[in-house]
Design a protein around this ligand. Sequence first.
Ligand SMILES: Cc1ncc(COP(=O)(O)O)c(C=O)c1O
Length: 376
Amino acid sequence: MELPYYSAFRGTSNDKAVELSYELMEWFKPEKLVRSFFTSGGSDSVETCLRLARQYHKVRGEGERTKFISLKKGYHGTHFGGASVNGNANFRRNYEPLLPGCFQLPAPWTYRNPFGTDNSQEIANRIIALMEEEIAFQGADTIAAMIMEPVLGAGGVIVPHETFMPMVREVCDKHGILLIADEVITAFGRTGDVHGSRLWGVAPDMMCTAKAVTNSYFPFGAAMIGEKVAEAFESNKDATGNIGHGYTYSAHPVGCAAALATLAETKKARVWENAKARGVELQAGLAKLKEKHQIVGDTRGIGLMAAVELVADRETKAPACKAAVAAAFDGAYEAGVTIRVSGNNIILSPPLIITSSDVSRMVDAIDKGLAAASNA
Ligand SMILES: Cc1ncc(COP(=O)(O)O)c(C=O)c1O
């Protein structure tokens, strides 16, 4: 007797979407993210935020604000908008030309950066100075939004200095630029806080979520919209406020039901607390592996997102060869743990409910993988 599906494109809804909108508003109350735009995944959520950011400025009579700023090493999915603000040539080069008007700042990366320092506060300050310079060069009144991951995930688990995102927020506010937090990885517990923006004490204007909102039981995402942006749309009286954006499967009731069920478990288990505690153990275990294996150039991460960077030479930081990385994968796999390798990085994103003994098992298996890699 329940309606299995109805499109949410043009002012219609369904019971599960209404319930989930309310639930998400509760999750993001401190940041005043009061509206949800439902999608089928991360790339859709990013595209939604980018498009609505441009429209927000048009609605307010600042239609020249169309450009986007982002970070090198950032990953924002593979739609044309997301790929255009993306900071990795692998996802750009073969698909160019991408959107005009997208500019990338250096990543807040301690291990490799163009600033000749490993002081993460100094790196943050230098990037903020470059951000100010780029905004002055482009003209603040031409820039729609800055999009960033609170912790860069696919780019190699890059954890910025704690002052970085708050400083980005300040610069955006100063120049009327929207801040979009891409939390497709970091929302709902991964960093050891409820979400990555909260970890850094920042309230973004919009947030892209997916992945953990349903823990992949159903392909689903939510673009969260802040009060300021929602008000601009909802008080608009002319056609610029009509949202010509959406997907057939936006607010799919099965996805909304999966999200409601997942978020109830996430909240009950307070998985972010486990992510934080297990993350400390994981980082300690990985640091020991760095002491033991010369092939490890760097280990880093926060909560349950971590990376082990493999190098051929610690002095020059030359990346380890493909055969060594493949041997690390095979060695860990034979020891019973599947790891993800990306370039010369091992990237770890284990379930948020893992136990201390799971962490030890992971570290032991990676130890075996690194031993194999060192002999490759
Ligand atoms: C930060 C970030 N944004 C966007 C995406 C794209 O999400 P999807 O693969 O669901 O389209 C990802 C995927 O890993 C991501 O990590």
